[in-house]
Design a protein around this ligand. Sequence first.
Ligand SMILES: [Zn+2]
Ligand SMILES: [Zn+2]
Length: 169
Amino acid sequence: MKINVASLRKNEGSSARFEFGEALPPIQIGDGEYSFQSPVKVTLNVTKSGKSLLVKGKVLSELNVHCSRCLKEFTYPLSFDFEDEWLPVEAATQDEEGTALIFDKDEFSIEERIVEHILLHLPMKFLCSEDCRGLCPKCGVDRNLNTCVCSDETIDPRLEILSKWNKGV
Ligand SMILES: [Zn+2]
Ligand SMILES: [Zn+2]
């Protein structure tokens, strides 16, 4: 995912559009690894503004993930917009070099930045549906597909003794 901004940089206010559809390697999140179900589509509008380049982008793809409640595999749709500002290295102050997005050639890769945006847009937990009922903690049955005879209540052993006592057992 390389963009060449040589001609953009010459003319204030000029803009260019870039489109990509690329298969990216799986991304790592904690212990998990998630592969993309489809190529990652990226559309960028890049505008020269002052010393920087304003990037308005859109990302579309799908990730293969597992539901964190029932463990079923499903595809998680990715679709979001983002905005970035890139500075050429020669125009950046020392502060900006530590915090801003910097490019040092007319042609540079935005792939790393796209992966960062994707990571920021993922939920804390993947759920196959908001009301996924998950697996029974006792017998492991998928409660979306089956019902089991296990009780939902987990009985505190101390209370169990009390209830026996109450019943005079
Ligand atoms: Zn689920
Ligand atoms: Zn059960």
